[in-house]
Design a protein around this ligand. Structure first.
Ligand SMILES: Cc1cc2nc3c(=O)[nH]c(=O)nc-3n(C[C@H](O)[C@H](O)[C@H](O)COP(=O)(O)O)c2cc1C
Length: 197
């Protein structure tokens, strides 16, 4: 065996989405985020386009996103659709997160790789990032509000034409119990083809 399989299996199965409401005030350090992001970049990438781009909000830098996202929700939502509870939750999550990573996909101008493959590569990068966070005992929460597609948000994140923001990953130390999850057993999701038919 080349690596410790039980440890890597444990990290993979222990990775949990933890809502920022459950984060403690304990700060996340830039060095931790750097390792998470560097490991993210070791994801597979078709054509080596390396389409992932990250904007990391940390420390005082959190102020801008704490203002921007709730403001955008307020200004872009028709008054009859405005949901105060949703607004409050959004603001609270941003308040509780120690760091927020806007995960973006930069479209290769040559277009030689299909967009879906670029998105897949970024999703793989996010998994690497979250697994590294898990190894630190950090919780992550991948959030994909519709607001991320808004032109103002693209401007805020300095995205170019064709680029996309694929989510905000909230990072923080969880308070209390590490949550549990479940998955469908293999027999529900797998067909084995082992005979030459
Ligand atoms: C692409 C993607 C987008 C997601 N967006 C949201 C989201 O907007 N809100 C949310 O509550 N969870 C979101 N999640 C997290 C899922 O809810 C979570 O992965 C699922 O409940 C399984 O829990 P686990 O991650 O702890 O295994 C997203 C997950 C993925 C892969």
């Amino acid at each position: 065996m080349k690596y410790n399989l039980s440890e890597i299996t444990e990290v993979i199965r222990n990775r949990r989405s933890i809502t920022p409401e459950k984060f403690s005030p304990r700060r996340v350090h830039r060095e931790q985020l750097e390792l998470m992001l560097t490991n993210a970049t070791w994801a597979p990438t078709h054509g080596m386009t390396q389409p992932w781009r990250f904007r990391v909000f940390l420390g005082d830098g959190m102020d801008s996103i704490r203002r921007f996202i709730p403001d955008l929700y307020r200004t872009s939502t028709a008054s009859e659709k405005f949901n105060q509870a949703k607004f409050d939750r959004m603001a609270l999550r941003l308040q509780r997160a120690s760091a927020v990573i806007a995960v973006c996909m930069q479209r290769d101008p040559s277009g030689k790789i299909d967009e879906v493959e670029e998105i897949e590569a970024v999703a793989c990068a996010v998994q690497n990032l979250m697994l590294t966070a898990t190894a630190y005992g950090l919780g992550t929460f991948w959030s994909t509000p519709k607001l991320l597609n808004h032109a103002d948000c693209h401007q805020f994140l300095e995205l170019k034409d064709g680029d996309r923001c694929l989510g905000l990953v909230y990072v923080g130390y969880p308070e209390g119990e590490w949550p549990e999850q479940h998955r469908k057993p293999l027999e529900y999701i797998t067909t084995w083809i082992e005979k030459n038919t």
